[in-house]
Design a protein around this ligand. Structure first.
Ligand SMILES: Cc1ncc(COP(=O)(O)O)c(C=O)c1O
Length: 347
């Protein structure tokens, strides 16, 4: 039986041996006292890469986004998010349950953006006593549920201008920020310049086992530390995991171009399989979303057939399936996935 090809997500990546070694050897201290040298190095490096004044290591992307909402907003404020955003779909309603923010959605456009005129339309008039304050606009780069689409630097800056004009801030969910930077061939800081705060994840395509970083101004991060502590996120000798993230920033960013190349190759082949509806021209990074509606089968049925042939994928809804390329998936796995998916579609 050949190995399983796990295309469910880039979160399944395992750390390379050199990363494990760096974690083993990490210099440690108590990070709640600010004394873990490895965490401190990671935070300095993350701030530098994103062009922000400061940064804070967090346990996950979800925690980073939640702490950002808690820090930007007070209870009863309204946050604007895309109707395909991770914050809306997959973060357990934390923004409302724990931060007390009312979540207002605007549609994600086919290119993953929020239309600035939609954003402008939903920003509240602060002079009307009935209204909550719109204090935060959340963007996502790359946009996961739109198929890993990339938002350009000018777009993000435009949304920030609009937000600032109305007394709101911009938070960027940059779980896959480096996929976007590599795809566009720009430094990550170009993509974060238009955001007041940003979360990026080391635990996805960068292949670290755990951890994300929230970046922003000195004042923002000072306040964010209190919220992280309240959320139980004050970790002690966290350098042992931060070392994985540091290694990832130094060694795992450029190679994501290979993931993007393989995703395009896979998409091109899937588009030619009868029963699959996919425009390979829409694949910009490592995420491919395709519909199996023309086959007359449900996505869960096809996902199960693929799994029985050793290819794991994720059903997004009743007709769409997501597959993701990542560290550990190479040309031979992609070739085999194409053959097995074609067979699964035949029945
Ligand atoms: C766009 C986006 N934001 C945030 C997250 C949350 O990250 P975590 O799983 O580390 O909480 C994810 C996870 O897949 C994601 O895709």
């Amino acid at each position: 039986m050949s190995e399983t090809i796990d295309l469910r997500s880039d979160t399944v990546t395992l750390p390379p041996p050199e990363m494990r070694q760096a974690m083993y050897e990490a210099e440690l201290g108590d990070d709640v006292y600010g004394e873990d040298p490895t965490v401190n190095r990671l935070q300095e490096r993350a701030a530098e890469i994103t062009g922000k004044q400061d940064a804070m290591f967090v346990s996950s992307g979800t925690q980073g986004n939640l702490v950002a909402v808690l820090t930007h907003c007070t209870r009863g404020d309204e946050i604007v998010v895309g109707d395909q955003s991770h914050i809306l779909h997959f973060e357990v309603g934390g923004a409302s349950a724990l931060a007390g923010a009312q979540v207002r959605t605007v549609p994600n456009q086919p290119d993953g953006t929020l239309d600035p005129s939609d954003v402008k339309r939903v920003i509240r008039d602060r002079t009307d006593v009935h209204n909550p304050f719109t204090t935060l606009i959340c963007l996502e780069n790359t946009q996961n549920r739109c198929g890993g689409l990339v938002l350009g630097p000018e777009y993000t800056r435009k949304i920030q201008e609009l937000a600032h004009e109305h007394g709101a801030a911009v938070h960027l969910d940059g779980a896959r920020l480096f996929n976007a930077a590599v795809a566009l061939g720009v430094p990550a800081s170009a993509l974060t310049a238009g955001a007041d705060s940003v979360t990026f994840c080391a635990s996805k395509g960068l292949a670290a086992p755990v951890g994300s970083v929230l970046c922003g101004s000195k004042e923002f991060i000072r306040e964010a530390h209190r919220w992280r502590k309240m959320m139980g996120g004050g970790m002690r000798q966290a350098g042992v995991i931060a070392a994985g993230a540091l290694y990832a920033l130094d060694n795992m960013v450029e190679r994501m171009a290979d993931d993007h190349h393989l995703a395009k190759k896979l998409a091109g082949a899937l588009a030619a399989i009868p029963g699959i509806d996919l425009d390979p021209g829409r694949v910009q990074t490592n995420i491919i979303i395709f519909s199996v509606a023309p086959s007359g089968c449900s996505s869960s049925e096809i996902v199960a057939r693929m799994a029985s042939r050793g290819v794991l994928s994720d059903a997004l809804d009743s007709s769409r399936i997501r597959v993701v390329t990542h560290y550990g998936i190479e040309e031979p796995q992609v070739e085999r996935a194409i053959t097995q998916i074609a067979a699964a579609m035949r029945g």
